[in-house]
Design a binder for this molecule. Structure first.
Ligand SMILES: [Zn+2]
Length: 137
């Protein structure tokens, strides 16, 4: 989740810089025809700025696109998120979970994720069921 936020931040900065480049390039291009100015070099400079700006813009858009279209996160990452979520104050701790069938105490080792659903594998009675409480992440 943090990585995604950082990604959006980077994309925002890249797009911001791209807009600056395009604006400055546009100003230079407009002033390229001003009298007493070496039109050729100024226009070249302006076009250079515009090209860099457009490339940065594309990079920013690609970063956002990659973040948005990225497939489901790897299991490891989801597990990490669950750990963080369950460690949050006020939330149900995995360590205090009890089996719905036999009341045996369950630890993190007995919780697994199957296609996004939190599954409980009780080591005492051997029952396997889905945790009804939706994890918030
Ligand atoms: Zn049990």
């Amino acid at each position: 989740m943090a990585g995604r936020t950082i990604g959006y931040g980077v994309a925002a900065v890249v797009v911001f810089v791209a807009v600056l480049f395009i604006l400055v390039g546009g100003i230079y291009l407009c002033s390229a025809s001003a009298p007493g100015v070496d039109v050729g070099s100024r226009a070249t400079f302006a076009i250079g700025l515009l090209v860099v700006g457009i490339i940065l813009m594309v990079v920013g858009v690609v970063i956002i696109w990659v973040i948005r279209t990225r497939g489901p996160a790897p299991i490891q990452q989801i597990t990490q998120q669950v750990d963080i979520d369950l460690d949050m104050p006020g939330d149900v701790s995995v360590d205090k979970l009890k089996c719905q069938s036999c009341g045996g105490e369950l630890s993190k080792d007995h919780v697994s994720l199957v296609q996004g659903a939190v599954m409980i594998n009780c080591p005492y009675c051997g029952s396997t069921y889905q945790l009804t409480e939706e994890p918030k992440w």
